[in-house]
Design a protein around this ligand. Structure first.
Ligand SMILES: O=C(CO)[C@H](O)[C@H](O)COP(=O)(O)O
Length: 235
């Protein structure tokens, strides 16, 4: 599986050109991309990256990839990131690694986003992977009830749990927030659900990435498949 992730990362690296400003994703697949990018940088490629998490920042620094922030620059040419699920419209569930907020800010600031994954992430309908919803700890009970209402209004329901870290304590995101993971099974209308969740005051962000991806690079036993989004981003 790790080999497939690296293959997908290597294919995405072919899209990187000298002088590009890049968004650097988070997770085990995105880590391969950062490592391979670092090899190219050490061989003379000139790029600058914006990391989507503190973990990716540390990886990029270790690999020698020069970094900047979205305060220093306005736009990114390309973001390369992983995903937990990818549907045929190239909508995603992200946030398994807990970096969904910065990942979405970076993706939204990018002209193009390439999602890289092994082909087990490809699904007909999003929802089997628990949907991460990043929340403010204050008033969590009220926020959870509002989330349940939003789910019901979109015809979905399922158990919700505050994410725990490996040490058993509540998982805290880079932004200091918590994550509620919702086991929904099937999300028939992810765009509608995304809108409903975004309207809740205690929800900082959610893991539905709608209309942000330009193309998906999927690595499987039969090789690499590149799926392009039908309409260019922004249209
Ligand atoms: O959204 C993410 C982190 O917030 C990751 O991209 C997603 O969890 C996929 O990770 P991996 O490549 O390790 O399977």
């Amino acid at each position: 599986m790790d080999q497939l992730k690296r293959q997908a990362a290597a294919r995405a690296l072919e899209e990187v050109q000298d002088g590009m400003q890049l968004g650097l994703g988070t997770g085990s697949t995105a880590k391969h991309f950062v490592e391979l990018l670092g090899e190219r940088v050490r061989a003379g490629l000139k790029v600058i990256g914006v990391p989507t998490s503190e973990v990716t920042r540390a990886d990029a620094e270790r690999c020698g990839v020069p970094l900047t922030t979205l305060d220093e620059i306005d736009r990114l040419d390309l973001t390369v990131d992983g995903a937990d699920e990818i549907d045929p419209a190239l909508n995603l569930i992200k946030g398994g690694g807990g970096a969904l907020l910065r990942e979405k800010i970076v993706a939204a600031a990018s002209d193009r986003m390439i999602v890289i994954a092994d082909d087990t992430k490809w699904v007909a309908t999003l929802g089997r992977f628990p949907l991460p919803v990043e929340v403010i700890p204050f008033g969590l009970g009220a926020t959870r009830r509002a989330i349940e209402k939003a789910f019901a209004s979109c015809g979905v329901s399922g158990q919700m749990a505050v994410r725990k870290a490996k040490d058993g304590h509540v998982f805290v995101t880079d932004g200091g927030h918590w994550i509620v993971d919702a086991q929904l099974g099937r999300i028939e209308d992810p765009a509608r659900l995304a809108e409903a969740l975004s309207a809740i005051p205690g929800v900082v962000e959610h893991g539905l990435f709608i209309g942000l991806v330009s193309s998906a690079v999927l690595a499987g036993g039969d090789g690499i498949r590149v799926v392009e989004r039908r309409k260019p981003k922004g249209d």
